[in-house]
Design a protein around this ligand. Structure first.
Ligand code: MTE
Ligand code: MO
Length: 389
């Protein structure tokens, strides 16, 4: 039974599938704190959690590939031979908020609500430093025929095919000193838990979660992109016109940087507030990929006809162009005045949308961003509540 060694999980996590474990942070708590605590951070596993290394001292990371020296590093090597770096970064699954897409047309994938995202302090070593240690030329990005990608291979494997989880990122990202790609051994000051990739995982800030490979044991530089299923036949976006009969996976690039997004985490959908209520506290998160900071979040209490401002809460110390963390926001939202002759509950559609530092903002409808796999849904987030009864 490949599932017999799964770790215990916090009962508050909302399960979307069991084997493999996919579970999200419950709506009301997802943006309750700037830092998501480890035990309620969403878990997205494609395969069984690999067994813990029998002898942690003998665990090894192998680094190699084109124009790199084959190198093995123990955890102790990583901790003592390289500078320890801490980066606060959100990790979001590209499938976050997929559940809204099926209101347009069916999609294949886990039925994530708004909780397949979290924000943590990740500590470890910079991937760049490890690649330089393995002899990768610091100017590799300028070379015309050098490696173009860095592959990460996990220790989790498919019980049927033996394929391991793998993904790759462009070498520009891996080598850039200001992109902060980490090989992390700690999450919020604690050693990584089994679900989050112990003993070592990749954290690619500003990029969809799928590239932040957990349980990483092998790093390979290559002229080619990873040929893994998750790089080539998943985590790609297509036009709403593309369906499972005509999809050509090679026609779209693998998703890397995440688009600007936001969500309302409180109140939750279908909340009923008392007759005569005039304002309601609304809060949530906002985040954009590529280190683009959130400059504004607008909320609406009439489905997007008129908008109100919000107050932003940020992780201090984020560097310009390196806003890897999410932004939390809140507002006391003024509800529309019910018509004088109204009877019965008044339906209110709360909406939020964020704007990032490049003045990218969110598309208004899910229909326009619908795709067969249900990824990167960043449409305005809508929550319906009712006032009175
Ligand atoms: N790494 C491995 N080895 N196996 C996986 O299944 N899932 C990826 C990524 N890294 C995955 C992986 C996906 S799709 C996401 S969204 C993130 O891990 C989730 O990280 P988390 O479970 O720590 O929240
Ligand atoms: Mo994901």
């Amino acid at each position: 039974d490949p599932w017999k060694n799964e770790p215990a999980r916090h009962p508050a996590l909302v399960a979307r599938s069991n084997n493999p474990c996919n579970a999200e942070t419950p709506g009301p708590v997802v943006a309750a704190n700037l830092i998501t605590s480890n035990d309620i951070f969403y878990v997205r596993n494609h395969l069984p959690v690999p067994p813990e290394p029998k002898d942690p001292a003998r665990w090894q990371l192998s680094v190699g590939g084109e124009e790199a020296r084959s190198t093995s590093l123990t955890l102790e090597d990583l901790k003592t031979k390289f500078k320890k770096t801490t980066v606060t970064a959100a990790v979001e699954c590209a499938g976050n908020r997929r559940n809204e897409m099926k209101t347009v047309k069916p999609v294949r994938g886990l039925d994530w609500d708004t909780g397949a995202i979290g924000n943590a302090n990740w500590s470890g070593v910079k991937l760049r430093d490890v690649l330089l240690h393995a002899g990768v030329d610091p100017d590799v990005c300028d070379s015309l025929d050098g490696p173009r990608h860095v592959h990460f291979l996990g220790a989790d494997s498919d019980p049927l095919t033996g394929n391991v989880y793998a993904a790759s990122i462009p070498i520009e990202l891996a080598m850039a000193s200001n992109k902060d790609v980490l090989l992390a051994y700690e999450m919020n000051g604690e050693p990584l838990s089994r679900d989050h990739g112990a003993p070592l995982r990749v954290v690619v800030p500003g990029v969809v979660g799928a590239r932040s490979v957990k349980w990483v044991t092998q790093i390979v530089t290559s002229r080619e992109e990873s040929d893994s299923h998750w790089q080539q036949h998943d985590y790609k976006g297509f036009s709403p016109s593309v369906d499972w009969n005509n999809v050509d996976w090679s026609s779209a690039p693998a998703i890397q940087e995440a688009p600007v997004t936001s969500a309302i985490t409180a109140p939750s959908a279908n909340t009923q507030v008392e007759q005569g209520t005039t304002t309601i506290p609304v809060r949530g998160y906002a985040w954009s990929g590529g280190g683009r900071d959130i400059v504004r979040v607008d909320v609406s209490a009439d489905g997007g006809a008129t908008w109100q401002g919000t107050q932003l809460h940020k992780v201090p110390g984020q560097k310009p162009g390196r806003a890897w963390a999410w932004t939390l926001w809140e507002a006391e939202v003024i509800l529309p005045t019910p018509p004088a002759d109204s009877k019965g509950p008044q339906q209110v559609c709360l909406v939020c949308k964020a704007t990032d530092a490049s003045y990218n903002t969110q598309p208004d409808s899910v229909a326009g961003v619908w795709n067969l796999r249900g990824v990167v849904n960043n449409a305005w987030h809508r929550v319906g509540i009712s006032v009175g009864n």
